[in-house]
Design a protein around this ligand. Structure first.
Ligand code: LMR
Length: 395
């Protein structure tokens, strides 16, 4: 039976990272997967996470199953982090959450619950979006529509196009939004535009599903969640998938949270009960380690302060790299790269053709996605000149 299977190509993001790892060129530049890398090209463990881990390992007395909904300190800490300490929805008990295996698990559980509530709902995704959104939400049975989002000419959001396309939503449709640091383009909505999306959701009756995987890596923890919090303050229902992969460096530990902001407490409890049944049918209960670490960090004032400070340093470094890269690229190519500085988070489209991207890979060992998406955090003092010169050479 298994010999009938066709061999599939490698993942468009992870496969490229593997190709870069295998490249023997000492000057190679890895701008593929969205992980934070420091000046030495390492993806560091946060100091607060290291301390929490030492304490956890020293105190741990069991490896028994986690409760199906996850660790309570993690859930409480993450809800406050994402929705804010003054969230009315939280105070009213209208938010139900379950811990999930990473942001991907949270997206999948969110989709499972949406499908159980409204199998006919269409999910509107930005053009472009993170490619993994399609299998994560589509495998549940939901269907997709796209709305215009990125305008390659202006390197910014085509907000008029977005609004026009979302005018075609039906009541009960779901609109998938990137909470901040849009993956793949880095172009985010302004707070005013989030307000217009909230008004459109009220008018059309669609439900926002917000993927917030990069909180703290764009303009800071609070600013990055401001658009999402605005939606939650104004709308009766919002589904959220949050991740600790990037902002706590817990990539491999798979710590995420699916949140259901509902009309009332009993609907929130119903959503959680549905999420638990869905999770039981996939992985039963979430992995412990990463969420226990995040829960400790978020519930301990000293650890939380240390984590926030380290995250702010990473965010500043990325924004500094954006400034430098913009200048270096402009100087070496004579073209305008101002847009890099206007964007948020790890990603930017350099605006190269696939042919130019392939030349960069083949001739210079500079690895970015075929779409010319780069991970800005992969740039450092050692590779920035080489990168700028290589890009100029293919332009
Ligand atoms: C990315 O977009 O590179 C990251 O979100 C990692 C992944 O799983 O694709």
């Amino acid at each position: 039976m298994l010999d009938r299977l066709e061999r599939l190509p490698a993942d468009s993001i992870l496969g490229l990272a593997a190709a870069c790892r295998a490249d023997p060129n000492p000057d190679k530049v890895d701008l593929t997967v969205g992980i934070y890398m420091d000046e030495q090209g390492r993806c560091p463990v946060f100091e607060a996470i290291r301390s929490a881990q030492q304490a956890l390992v020293a105190q741990e007395v069991t490896k028994a199953y986690m409760p199906p909904a996850g660790d309570e300190a993690f859930i409480q800490g993450m809800q406050t982090l994402v929705l804010g300490p003054d969230s009315a929805a939280l105070a009213e008990g209208r938010v139900g959450s379950v811990q999930a295996p990473g942001g991907c698990g949270a997206l999948r559980i969110g989709a499972e619950v949406i499908f159980r509530a409204a199998p006919e709902a269409r999910v509107w995704v930005s053009d472009p979006t993170w490619p993994v959104h399609f299998p994560l939400l589509g495998s549940v049975g939901l269907t997709f529509e796209t709305y215009r989002y990125y305008d390659p000419a202006s390197h910014g959001v085509n907000f008029e196009g977005m609004l026009a396309d979302l005018q075609r939503t039906r009541p009960g449709d779901v609109v998938l939004l990137h909470g901040c640091c849009h993956n793949p383009c880095g172009a985010d909505l302004s707070l005013e535009q989030w307000g217009e999306i909230a008004a459109l959701a009220e008018q059309r009756g669609f439900i926002p599903f917000v993927d917030i995987a990069y909180q703290g890596l764009g303009a800071g923890i609070e600013a990055d969640a401001a658009g999402l919090r605005l939606l939650v303050a104004r709308l009766p229902e919002v589904v959220i998938a949050a991740s600790c992969s990037k902002n706590m460096g817990l990539y491999r530990e798979r710590a995420g949270l699916a949140m259901f902001v509902c009309r009332d407490e009993s609907s929130a409890q119903a959503a959680v009960s549905q999420a638990l049944v869905a999770a039981r049918g996939i992985y039963s209960m979430p992995p412990a380690h990463g969420a226990l670490l995040a829960g400790r960090v978020l519930s301990d004032a000293a650890l939380a302060q240390s984590w926030r400070a380290e995250l702010a340093t990473m965010c500043e470094r990325i924004n500094g790299l954006r400034r430098e890269l913009r200048h270096k690229l402009a100087a070496s190519s004579g073209r305008d790269f101002d847009f890099i500085e206007r964007e948020n988070g790890m990603f930017s489209f350099l605006g190269l053709s696939t042919e130019q991207v392939l030349r960069l890979r083949g001739e210079f060992s500079v690895y970015m996605l075929d779409s010319s998406r780069i991970n800005v955090a992969g740039v450092n003092r050692r590779n920035i000149d080489y990168l700028a010169q290589s890009v100029a050479a293919v332009l």
